[in-house]
Design a protein around this ligand. Structure first.
Ligand SMILES: [Zn+2]
Ligand SMILES: [Zn+2]
Length: 278
């Protein structure tokens, strides 16, 4: 059983209003043993969308209170989700070194200040172009910044495409939304970079919540990661609300076993711990 959720948000993230306590109590109710909060830190996020950062001091103080309050019931870890950009490497490096986070997710949310969540990103681009550009940005970002533990939601751009929905997607375990070969060259480069640098690849169950019928990354991308020698994965729900904590973890587990993964990684003080999927 997957007993750790290593991607979740609370009200320290600007796009969540969920108090930490609610997430933790839900985690206990679900029987999870480890929760790692990974609050949004997107330095330079366009101001018109709101502020996407937080006070690390206040966050650590709150985590400490929570660790004391729920001691013996669940383990709580302090993580962060960095929104990478090619020019922000030094600033993130400073933050990563200054504070003792347990875990850092390196995510790509923006392409030159445009968020694919909003329609402005897609204006003047075909779906293929918009998707390719996003993958190219991931590669550029991880070439510019290496101090992270897992690569966040690699193909989450798919969430924002106008896909034709397959009504059977929830019944198909090995469901794909795109053919890997369409983006194979760029995805191969990203995956090889992740493997070469000893990073993990995140399996983000948020894809199920978005009705993709797959986590991010989808089945064929996980297969390719494994083929290329990728062994390290982390698992997270990306829950911004407590109802989504641990969401679809049973499907994630079945899918991962099918692909051939036997372990997943969690982190404590940036050190990796391997957990059995059996
Ligand atoms: Zn994210
Ligand atoms: Zn997130």
């Amino acid at each position: 059983m997957i007993n750790s959720d290593y991607h979740l948000h609370s009200s320290f993230s600007s796009d969540s209003e969920t108090p930490m306590e609610l997430q933790i109590e839900k985690g206990i109710e679900l029987g999870l043993e480890n929760l790692c909060f990974t609050e949004h830190m997107d330095l330079d996020y366009p101001k018109e969308y709101g502020e996407f950062t937080f006070s690390v001091e206040e966050y650590f103080k709150k985590i400490k209170e929570m660790q004391e309050k729920y001691n013996g019931k669940i383990n709580i870890y302090k993580g962060v989700e960095f929104g990478l950009a090619p020019t922000l490497g030094e600033r993130y490096e400073k933050i990563a070194n200054q504070y003792d986070f347990d875990f850092i997710i390196g995510s790509t949310h923006l392409y030159n200040n445009l968020d694919p969540y909003f329609s402005a990103y897609w204006e003047g681009k075909t779906e293929y172009q918009g998707t390719m550009m996003y993958f190219e940005k991931i590669l550029e970002n991880i070439k510019a910044y290496n101090n992270y533990d897992t690569l966040g939601h690699i193909d989450y751009i798919i969430r924002y495409q106008n896909r034709k929905e397959n009504p059977d997607r929830d019944k198909i375990l090995l469901f794909d939304n795109y053919s890997y070969s369409e983006y194979g060259d760029i995805l191969d480069e990203i995956l090889k970079h992740v493997i070469y640098h000893g990073k993990a690849l995140e399996v983000n169950a948020g894809g199920y919540r978005y009705g993709l019928g797959a986590p991010n990354p989808q089945y064929s991308t996980l297969v390719r990661y494994k083929e290329l020698g990728g062994e390290l994965i982390t698992i997270g729900s990306d829950a911004h609300k407590s109802e989504y904590l641990g969401y679809s973890f049973d499907r994630v587990e079945a899918l991962l076993k099918e692909v051939g993964f036997r372990y997943y990684a969690t982190f404590k003080k940036r050190n990796r711990i391997m957990n059995s999927l059996q």
